[in-house]
Structures are given as structure tokens and as C-alpha cells.
Design a binder for this molecule. Structure first.
Ligand code: COS
Length: 380
């Protein structure tokens, strides 16, 4: 990390716990977090400096450190931050100057809420199986038809980066991205999906949804690679978020072990507790090293050549897989150490136990990360 990253972590660690957001309703809480994060300049790390961002380019180490710090304090704040990045990443990578000017500054200020619409009821991990279509009409407009689901920020987003088939028979080579404003005619985002931890999610129905041809994002049929490149950037930051939650669970466990009295001593005096804490600390550190390595690799070595891009994809996948799986184990061990208090609604380890679960699934499930790493190992 550079000094700028350390300053960022220190500044955000001081700021985040002072924010008072009622998280009982995830949709309004998420809006509030976007407003706060935008007003205080934190969202500027989601876009490059040329469009109102804080740094010249999307900086993976900054994204990792910001997500780790936010997730330590509030997984929902982390989610609000992350979606501004994921929902604008494809515009940063492939948008025209007009698209970048229209969306990126607003995202960085928190004036527009962003979303990324890739998954479908029958196409989650298997992206190429998507069936949403985009058809270029004679009048130069584009018609979208189909269903996207599990869309984070669905229903509260101001726009969606939507991936649709423009050449249905061509598999991964027949997908194109589009920017779809939330008020586009023929788009219905009213079907909310409730999940086990606070997280605004919805299904999007496109029924003859008409958008201008200028909404095409990136090259025709270049959508699959654009989606993969966008996910690549943010996968290391999902690892950062998992790391923040694991660090919080470890802290909660240590504090509990030092104060909880049983059999005439504290929980921390038992060797069994010391062994568990040792294992948890090692799991956290292993995740941290892989996460920071992936972020450093992207920032300092880059992804300009195919070899570099493949190496980074594999390392981001290792980081995402390891950090989310390790965090789940650490949080479970912390909860176990709390005994009955661990499952009481309202305790931090109880909410972390629910918060962490989806990270092993979204932005590429653990099994997808294994595939990406395995393919890279075979390529050599
Ligand atoms: N960057 C750039 N290009 C990439 C890439 C990446 N990270 N990953 C794959 N590609 C390219 C490949 O090089 C290949 O290019 P060619 O057509 O020129 O040969 C093309 O894309 C197809 O790649 P591949 O054959 O690996 O595609 P698959 O259909 O086998 O898909 C997985 C591979 C499963 C890895 C992919 O579909 C995936 O990541 N799925 C998970 C999606 C996800 O994260 N969903 C969550 C949604 S957001 S919450």
C-alpha cells in the first residue's frame, strides 16, 4: 500500500462509525448511504479523476481498503459503495465520452444510483445462457425484451448497465451492453426480492423496453468480455469486503473472550479458545495477503497483455474465493464462541453471519472462481 491508501483507511475508519443510518429498511438505508458517501467524497474512488473521481484510474488497492473498512462497520454501507463502482465500471471501461460525462460524475457525487444487470432466472453462473434480447429497430432505437433477476439496487437505481443478446446464436460472442435509465418505457423494477441480510434486490422485466441506439455501451457483441472485465475489477474488492467482516468478527470474538467469565476464569484463559483465535487470525491473514496481492497486481503490474490479464483474473478469483470462504468460517467460529448470545438477533456476530453468506455467491460463486483458477492453471 502507498501512503495515500493508509490515509484513506484511517480517514474512513474515523468517519464510518460516526454515521447514524437506520438500517431497518434496506432500500431507504442504501439511498442514505449513497448520499452520505457521495457528500463526503468517498464515492469519488469509484470513478477516474477525469470524471470527478479522486484518482487517475480505478485503483484496486483503494477499492479494497475502502470496502474492507466500510464492511467492518456496516456491510450495507459497503454494499452501497460497491454498487456505485460495479454499476459504473463498464461505463468507465467502455463508455463514449458522452456516456462517461453523463453518468460517472453523477455516480461519484451520489446523485445517480448505479446497477449492473447481468443475471437471469436461467443464467446465473452460465452468463452465455442469457435470453434477454436487444433488437435494433428500423427507426434506430433498440428494443429490450426479457427478465433480469437478483439485481442489486433494483428498484432504487437511476440506471442499469444491462447485458442482452444481440446475436442469440453466437453465445458469449453475441452479447451487447446497454445503459438503460430506470424510467425507460417498458422497464418494470417493482418486483423486490427479500433476502436474509439487508440488500436491496429486484427482478427487472423488460417488455418492449425502448432505448436510444446511443445507449449501446461498448462494441456490438462485445458485452460478455466487458461484463467479465468489469467483474474482474471488483472481484478483489468483494474479497476486501469479506476481509472487513472477518476482521470485525475476530475483534468481537477477542473482546468477548477477554470479558466472558466461566469456571472461575475468562474464556480467553482456555487453551481451546486460544487455539480457535489463532486459527481465526491465520484465516484472516491468509485472506488479506491474497486480497492485497490481487489488488497490487492490477495496480502495479497491470492487465495490458493477455498473460497479465489471465494472471490477474486468476489471482482476483483466488482472493474472492479464499476471503469469502475464510470469512464465513471466521464468523461462524466467532458466533460459536459467543454461545447463545451469538444467535440472538441484534448481536454483531449474528448479523455478520447473515451478511457474509451472499458474498460466497454474488459476483461469481466460489465454484465459478474455482473454474477460473482451474482454467488458468491448465493454460499454464
Ligand atoms: N476478461 C476478458 N475476457 C474474458 C474474461 C475476462 N475476465 N473471461 C473470459 N473472457 C473471454 C474469453 O477469453 C473468451 O474469449 P473468445 O471468445 O475470444 O475465446 C470468451 O470471453 C468466453 O470465455 P469462456 O469460454 O471462459 O466463457 P464461459 O461461457 O465458459 O464462462 C465463466 C466462463 C463461468 C467464468 C463466466 O461465465 C463467469 O464468470 N460466470 C459468472 C458470472 C458472474 O459473476 N455472475 C454474477 C453476476 S454479477 S452479481
Amino acid at each position: 500500500f502507498d501512503p495515500v491508501h493508509r490515509e484513506l483507511a484511517a480517514g474512513l475508519s474515523a468517519w464510518a462509525p460516526r454515521q447514524d443510518v437506520d438500517e431497518s429498511d434496506d432500500r431507504s438505508a442504501c439511498r442514505q448511504w449513497v448520499r452520505l458517501l457521495g457528500d463526503h467524497g468517498w464515492l469519488r474512488y469509484c470513478v477516474p479523476a477525469a470524471f470527478g473521481g479522486a484518482l487517475d484510474k480505478l485503483d484496486s488497492r483503494a477499492l479494497v481498503i475502502l470496502r474492507e473498512t466500510l464492511a467492518f462497520h456496516s456491510p450495507l454501507a459497503d454494499f452501497a459503495f460497491a454498487m456505485q463502482g460495479l454499476g459504473s465500471g463498464a461505463i468507465t471501461l467502455a463508455g463514449t465520452p458522452g456516456q462517461q460525462g453523463a453518468y460517472l460524475g453523477a455516480v461519484a457525487r451520489g446523485d445517480k444510483i448505479a446497477a449492473f444487470a447481468l443475471s437471469e432466472p436461467d443464467a446465473g453462473s452460465d452468463v452465455a445462457a442469457m435470453s434477454t434480447t436487444a433488437r435494433f429497430d428500423a427507426d434506430g432505437t433498440v428494443l429490450l425484451d426479457g427478465t433480469k433477476t437478483w439485481i442489486s439496487n433494483g428498484g432504487i437505481a437511476d440506471y442499469y448497465c444491462v447485458f442482452a443478446k444481440t446475436e442469440p446464436a453466437a453465445g458469449t460472442r453475441g452479447i451487447t451492453a446497454f445503459i438503460v435509465d430506470a424510467d425507460s418505457p417498458g422497464l418494470d423494477s417493482s418486483e423486490h426480492i427479500a433476502v436474509m441480510a439487508p440488500h436491496p434486490l429486484a427482478t427487472l422485466l423488460f417488455t418492449g423496453c425502448r432505448i436510444p441506439a446511443s445507449a449501446q455501451l461498448g462494441s456490438l457483441h462485445g458485452g460478455f468480455k466487458l461484463a467479465m472485465q468489469t467483474l474482474d475489477i471488483f472481484r478483489a474488492s468483494v474479497a476486501g469486503a469479506a476481509l472487513g467482516m472477518a476482521r470485525r468478527a475476530l475483534l468481537e470474538a477477542v473482546q468477548h473472550a477477554k470479558t466472558r467469565k466461566m469456571f472461575g476464569q475468562t474464556l480467553a484463559d482456555f487453551q481451546l479458545t486460544q487455539a480457535k483465535l489463532g486459527e481465526m487470525a491465520a484465516l484472516v491473514d491468509a485472506a488479506a495477503l491474497l486480497t492485497y496481492r490481487a489488488a497490487w497486481l492490477r495496480d502495479c503490474v497491470g492487465t495490458a497483455t493477455p498473460v497479465q490479464a489471465q494472471a490477474y483474473s486468476a489471482q482476483a478469483a483466488m482472493a474472492k474465493m479464499t476471503a469469502t470462504e475464510n470469512a464465513q468460517r471466521v464468523i461462524d467460529m466467532a458466533l460459536q464462541m459467543h454461545g447463545g448470545m451469538g444467535v440472538k438477533v441484534g448481536t454483531k456476530v449474528e448479523s455478520l453471519y447473515r451478511d457474509i453468506r451472499s458474498l460466497r455467491i454474488y459476483e461469481g460463486a466460489t465454484e465459478v472462481q474455482q473454474l477460473i483458477i482451474g482454467k488458468s492453471v491448465l493454460k499454464g
